[in-house]
Structure formats: C-alpha cells, structure tokens
Design a protein around this ligand. Structure first.
Ligand code: NAD
Length: 256
C-alpha cells in the first residue's frame, strides 16, 4: 500500500512541486488549494504517476474546514502518513499602513492552520505509530525583513510550533520539522516583486537584485526541487531522529 501525503496549497508553486515529487516516489496525494483548476491538476498527476489522488479546496482560515480536510483524507485513503503544512500568503506594507484584516489572515493561514491541521492528524498518526509533519516556514522564520511584519511573525511562530510538536510527537514516531527557503520564483513571489517595487520605490528588476537576492550569498532563486527533495527525506522512516529542526535552503542568507 502506498503512503499517503496531505499537502496544503499543493495546486500552486512549492506545494505542487512537493506533491509531484512525492507522487513520483509512490505516494498517494491529497491535493489542496484555492486554484480553480485544482481538480484538473490532481488528475494530471494521477495519470502521470499512477497514484491515487483526491482534491479539496478547504479554506484554511476556518478550523472546521481544516478538520474536514483531514477527515476527508483519512476517509478516502484509509491512512495519513505525511502532512505538509505549506499553504501561505504574503503581504508587503510598512506597519502604519498594514491592514489589520490582512495581518489576521496571514496569522490564520500561515500559522494557525498549521496548529489546526497538526492537531487534526494527531489521532491517526498516533494510531499508525508513524507520522511526518513538515512545515514550510521561510528564511523569514529565522530572519526579519522590513514591511513583512505579519509574515515574519507567523513564520517565526511556525518554527516554535515545530519544536513543540516534535517533543510531543517523539513517543509516537511522529516527527515535525520546518523547511526555511529563501526566495523561490512562484506566484507568491511574482506578486511580491510588484508590491516590493511600490514599497521600496524601485523597479521590479531592482527589487530582485537589491532587495531579494541581495541577502543570499548564492544569487539565484531557490529551486522548488531542492525543497521537494528535503521534504521527501524528512518523510522517510529512516528520518525518525531528525525532528524539531528548521532546515534552511536559503542560498547562505542565514550564514551571515
Ligand atoms: P503560491 O502562492 O504559489 O501557493 C500558495 C498556495 O496556498 C496556493 O495553492 C493557494 O491556493 C494556497 N492558499 C492560500 N490561501 C489559502 C487559504 N485561505 N485556504 C487554502 N489554501 C490557501 O505560494 P508559494 O510560493 O508556493 O508558497 C508556498 C509556501 O512556501 C508558503 O507557506 C510560503 O510562505 C512559503 N515560502 C515561499 C517562498 C517563496 O519565495 N516563494 C519562500 C519561503 C517560504
């Protein structure tokens, strides 16, 4: 029987890359995300890799929808081995203009959803005596940048949560780790380039060069494949003693 992975936000960007890599390696996948072609994406992966898939567009702002997403996964696949808390949003603005509602959404989607989803998978993972929770934090879980207060706060919170979940999961072979990427060229970042240009009063290419890649020693966007490889490693049985850690893939940003 294939192992089962639920990956939030897997109909776009990093989540989609992780989902495809897991499918290629024989995992059944619960796809999730708000993209209108989500079901079609899931179907394409199913046909390409001959694995079982399902799709949900649960809104992660609502804890009841998160519980239903986890329940649906277990009902469809009969198990749940890997949870990747990946879905996230970003907003760039100086503090004094930062809308309260956007701050609250970022905390809800980028941080609180990780708590609700991890809590919801717990009984199943405990029963299996196997669980791998992988949180996609960010270099902004370890370092701050200006104009991203909600994001920086949520991503730091996720790293704290990762450590706590790791301690509670240890007796049940449930591990929890965070992956902290630098900049990855996804729809989330494409939008941010425009917003940063406005906030910093720079052109878009100046934002990439002077704001984004400026902080990385390796002056390249992080490849989605690198994050997917790390997630797959963390999901393995043999990774049971890798827990409670935050793994950077940030082109050397945090080395400074
Ligand atoms: P993306 O915009 O391509 O994908 C985000 C996914 O989250 C989408 O599938 C979207 O539908 C889903 N989502 C957003 N709001 C949701 C909601 N309310 N309910 C349900 N789903 C929702 O972004 P990405 O760049 O692939 O980001 C994925 C994760 O990686 C995020 O947590 C992000 O913070 C993190 N990250 C991204 C970068 C980067 O440079 N792109 C760097 C570090 C960390």
């Amino acid at each position: 029987m294939n192992k089962v992975a639920l990956i939030t936000g897997s109909t776009s960007g990093i989540g989609l890359g992780i989902a495809e890599h897991f499918a290629k390696n024989g995992y059944d996948i619960m796809f999730h995300g708000l993209e209108s072609n989500g079901a079609q994406i899931a179907d394409e992966i199913k046909n390409k890799y001959q694995v079982k898939v399902a799709f949900s567009n649960a809104n992660l702002k609502d804890s009841k929808e998160i519980e239903a997403l986890v329940a649906q996964t277990i009902a469809v696949f009969g198990a749940l081995h890997v949870l990747v808390n990946n879905a996230g949003i970003q907003y760039v603005s100086p503090i004094e203009y930062f809308p309260n509602a956007v701050y609250e959404d970022i905390i809800a989607i980028n941080m609180n959803a990780t708590f609700y989803a991890s809590k919801a998978v717990w009984p199943q993972m405990k029963k299996q005596n196997f669980g791998r929770i992988i949180n996609i934090s960010s270099v902004h879980g370890l370092r701050a940048s200006e104009y991203k207060l909600a994001y920086v706060t949520a991503k730091h919170g996720v790293i704290g949560m990762t450590k706590g979940i790791a301690l509670e999961g240890a007796p049940f072979n449930i591990t929890c780790n965070a992956i902290c990427p630098g900049y990855v060229k996804t729809p989330l970042v494409e939008k941010q380039i425009k917003d940063q240009a406005k906030a910093h009063q720079l052109t878009e290419s100046e934002v990439v060069e002077k704001v984004m890649l400026n902080k990385q020693a390796v002056k390249e966007f992080v490849a989605i494949e690198a994050i997917a490889d790390m997630a797959l490693l963390l999901a393995k049985e043999s990774s049971k003693t890798m827990t409670g850690s935050a793994f950077t893939i940030d082109g050397g940003w945090c080395a400074q």
